[in-house]
Design a protein around this ligand. Sequence first.
Ligand code: ADP
Ligand code: MG
Length: 896
Amino acid sequence: MKVTPMLRQYLDAKQAYPDAILFFRMGDFYEMFFEDAVVVSKELGLTLTARNKNNGEDEIPMAGVPHHASRGYVSRLIEKGFTVAICEQLEDPALTKGIVKRDVVRVVTPGVVLDTDTLDAKAPNFVAAVVHGAQEQFGIGYADVSTGEFHVTEVATALDVISELRRFEPREVLVNERAAAALDRAQVRLDGVFFRTRNDAYFDRKALSGEVARGVRLAADIVNDGYFLDEVALTGVFAELGAFEFGNVGVVTEAATGVLRYFVETQRGIPAHLQVARPYHATSFLIVDEATKANLELTQTLMGGRRAGSLLSVIDKTVTAMGGRMLRQWLNYPLVDVAAIDRRLSAVGELVGRPALREDVRGTLDGVYDLERLCGRIASGTANARDLRGLLKTLGAVDPLRTALEECETARLQEIAQRLDPFTDLRELIERAIVDEPPTSVTDGGLFRRGYDDELDEILELAENGKDWLLGYERDERRRTDISSLKVRHNKVFGYYIEVTRANLEAVPDDYVRKQTLANAERYFTPELKEMEDKILGASDRRVVLEHRMFEELRQLVGAQITGLLATARLLAELDVVAAFAELAVRHEYTCPVVDDSDVLQIEEGRHPVVERTITDERFVPNDVMLDGTEHRLQIITGPNMAGKSTVIRQVALICLMAQMGCFVPARSARIGVLDKIFSRVGASDNLARGQSTFMVEMTETAHILSNATSRSLVILDEIGRGTSTFDGLSIAWAVAEFLHDEVRAKTMFATHYHELTELDRTLEGVENLSIAVKEWNDDIIFLRKLVHGEANRSYGVQVARLAGLPETVLARAREVLGNLEAGKFDERGLPVPGRGREPQATKTYNPDQLSLFAGGGRLSDAEVRAIEALRAVDANALTPLDALNLLAKISAELA
Ligand code: ADP
Ligand code: MG
């Protein structure tokens, strides 16, 4: 293949970014060649053509998109997980001899999107890095380039990494090889997240400094301002890391480095508005691991992964994009500090109690723009004059809000009112500078008001005077030539001219010079007109250049205040969330929970926030729940299929989580001793929607709970042990329940169809049997949806099957088999047990003792019961060795 200079340029650029699709600028198009062309034409449905077609040389596959429409194409590729390297012409082809210089100016990737129009306004867009070293810990860093947020933390295991990723929901994650391997082993799929592996050197802090010192920045003229690559700024980003108590600050630093390095790689610099990396511990928040988050459908549904139907979708009443993002963050990071929770709750309470104020606040916030992302655009040098007007309007909301909040009594609202900065000077400046409705382009002039800048005023005056002069000139020439239809006009192509219709050509004076001939008119110029034209055009050229420069200066002035602006943005966001919680509470009758340090979890007339809004054919039945650290710590909930077991246990978890977010809850009253973690697991066969219905996954997750839950945790188990044979599953469920009760002592709600588990309450002090009441009516059952004390007395599977329309003969046989099973004549698959008869038997009342796990399936003998009681009565500390021996001999004798 013959390599032309242009092709050489292409190949060099491609070599520097081998993983990216290269958009190679050629005039008004971005062209793609070779493999990129083939891939992109398929993904985007473009026509695949070829370069060198028919000229005898090797054909090169080629596809192109017009440069003005490239945004849409780029974002579609990003959506599919590609990265796109934008290779621009760095010189004006008209002024260049030979081939123009080209280079990659930035790489667009899913996690680093500057074009905020293509982003979901109410979700963050994080790029993250995860580093695992020789020691145990994992370091995590993540930043959102659209807002400048930057966070770092450390966690212990691969599952913790996944939980953390699931909480802040990055679009893209850089991992070192060790971390990649560990995450692979954990086998959890994170949909819509793109992982990229890099070698250890990539995360090296010193190497990054070296890179910065060498300066990978392009020629200054083509890189946006708003990026830095200097050591001082870099050190600033790491400033808070050293003093924070991390177990292994090394991996955390490396993770933060990975994020910065990715910016250098893709943006050829680090965004100047990037905030200091903020360290936190995951345990400073209520821990909700990834499986729990999925099962509780906090931000998306299990089935289909949609937002509609999630908790987020029913509680989000925010009116601003930044409020929406903050609410999502509060949902993903509920608090554990009672005082902090109270501060939020009382602010919400005050706005619940003051409808006029709430309306006022929400109404005012409704008109503001996304200040955080506006700041991102200002700082990165992509904001236009309309963005500055947007900033002005947004800051204009601050004064009214402060006035409205003036009389507030709760601490947090007062604080917000005080800290909100109206940026009076900045507003005055922008108001004085920018016209009411500026154009989107910042390079064509028309941005600034008269009276803002003397030089600009002079130029504008010249243009104005020019207009007057032209009118006068037209008047004079009409008089001189006696042609009343004579016109002095201008257009873009020909400039200024005098137009005379064909009928009047005879009256044209000699000093007119012909410029252009039309069908029924001639156009002329004169030396006088030409001179004026130069003046006016010169002025307008100067004006465009001047205004562009002035705008960049103004943008920088605003950019210098970014930190303060972002702080105000976050206060506005918080106010929005608090007011939204109040609105939610009023609209759906939520109440203020009491969150304290007690051991109590008591809910009166609690409802499921999502189910109560989605059921249509019946009324939602509220339920009371009471758990504590002693006698009510493990509840076994039985009841037929479809009774409402899953709903009631989930609603308890959701109510606790909402309370710790600082949100009111769907209940008549709630008292919640603050929780450290919430776990929710769904048995494998109930969990098909997650696409991983293996028993292995169910057990891995259960193991995770048993080793991580504490006595301050809430554990919600739904049909655990279902993914295997009955006896197997039952045994595991049994042992898990015992372990949770005896060792973990977490508050636990266990919904199960294994009635055998209800026997646990005979021996374990903290176990309680509950069931969801149903009423039998002939052979049908009616769901009452009420959680009541005591176990469900039989398995209603057959009735439910009947409701579902199973044929009568099948139902009759099912009843028969059930009866036999319960009499112990068949094994769990309904097959006859050898040595026992097969004569059909009338349906018997279910007797749990017959499938007891104790003593080989029978009841305990009297002697056994006495032996156990004797052992229970022993105080081992007060027993001498001789007493112990005697007691042992006595017990053995009795049991013999
Ligand atoms: P189970 O887990 O016992 O099989 P679910 O909790 O899945 O039952 O509930 C089945 C359906 O019953 C739910 O989808 C909902 O429509 C309805 N339901 C559940 N609880 C209630 C309730 N408290 N009030 C009204 N309807 C309910
Ligand atoms: Mg269920």
